[in-house]
Write a protein that binds this ligand. Structure first.
Ligand SMILES: NC(=O)CC[C@H](N)C(=O)O
Length: 314
């Protein structure tokens, strides 16, 4: 029997609407604390070109750390595998904003998806330019990926994080002491914070993620990255995309995913689908509570998993 994806989405959206435990919205970025936790959205872009949505799929939210996937893609385009001299590829087992490992590991962050790693990636993407140049490049890149020029930065969120981002400033300065951040910390952070403050809806985020389900191809034609690079980014999303809960996410959901403290998650089923879910309430590890639950249910109902034989995937 063929999979009725619309019915699955409708069921999941209804289940999520009835959930009482929705987690806590992030408060350390004051602007994010104002978001209504009652919201939930889901969008699925399929490899055969369909788009299916449920709930608040067209409401914009702060993509936050989901932007680390796009930033990594850009940085690899600039410096290729040399990036791996400055950033590792191992799960950290620590919180997203942890500083502790840097002291013992010579200022080399464990992976590009924790804050320290993403700050090094932002340093690479800055490439001697003003932050506004790097920010403009990032914005153009996500607009091209999603095919949507209306995607923009939420300046209030950026200002809010700029005013309170002491920890990230500490991470940047600490890595500068190891010469693993090469530009002044304020410039790197200016770029990083604006990249995190990009606002997108689930629909836009799922569209932007299509290149990762298509082995690096842009659905509109041409190539964004090579198949090898797309597979590697997916591998990093699976192993490191949810901070110290990455193992739990892989266990429960079984597909690559990257979360952000805005409550969004981009998840990729290679060859099948790019999925975006959003619900602002977070669990203790800083990942969307309902977003994770919805993806777990979606994977169960569809058979989507990077570990299942292809013939068993709906
Ligand atoms: N986990 C996240 O989404 C963190 C991103 C946020 N901008 C920060 O640096 O704290």
């Amino acid at each position: 029997m063929s999979l009725d994806l619309s019915a699955v989405i409708a069921d999941i959206t209804a289940t999520m609407a009835s959930m009482e435990d929705r987690g806590q919205v992030a408060t350390y970025i004051p602007e994010l604390a104002t978001i209504d936790p009652a919201q939930f959205g889901i969008a699925i872009a399929t490899a055969d070109g369909r788009m299916l949505t449920g709930g608040d799929a067209d409401t914009g939210f702060s993509i936050q750390s989901v932007s680390k996937v796009f930033a990594l893609t850009l940085a690899l385009g600039k410096v290729g595998d040399q990036l791996w001299d400055r950033v590792g590829r191992e799960p950290s087992g620590n919180a997203f904003n942890s500083i502790t490992q840097l002291e013992h590991e010579q200022g080399i962050p464990r992976n590009p998806f924790i804050n320290a790693g993403a700050i090094v990636v932002a340093d690479v993407n800055l490439g001697g330019h003003e932050p506004r140049v790097a920010i403009g490049e990032m914005l153009r890149f996500v607009r091209y990926l999603a095919g949507d020029d209306s995607i923009a930065i939420n300046e209030a969120v950026a200002a809010s994080e700029t005013a309170t981002g002491f920890r990230n400033m500490a991470l940047a300065n600490y890595m500068r002491a190891f010469d693993n951040v090469r530009h002044p910390a304020e410039l790197v952070l200016g770029s990083y914070i604006h990249q995190c403050a990009i606002e997108m809806s689930c629909r836009q985020l799922a569209l932007a993620g299509r290149y990762l389900m298509l082995d690096g191809r842009h659905p509109g034609g041409g190539r964004v990255i090579s198949p090898r690079r797309a597979r590697r980014i997916n591998a990093l999303m699976l192993t490191c995309g949810h901070y110290d809960a990455s193992g739990d996410f892989a266990f429960r959901v079984g597909i690559p995913g990257k979360s952000g403290v805005g409550g969004g998650i981009l998840a990729i089923v290679p060859g099948r689908a790019a999925i975006a879910v959003w619900s602002p309430g977070l669990n203790a590890s800083g990942n969307s509570c309902l977003g994770t639950l919805a993806l777990e249910e979606l994977a169960r109902r569809t058979g989507w998993s990077v570990f299942s034989p292809p013939e068993d995937r709906g």
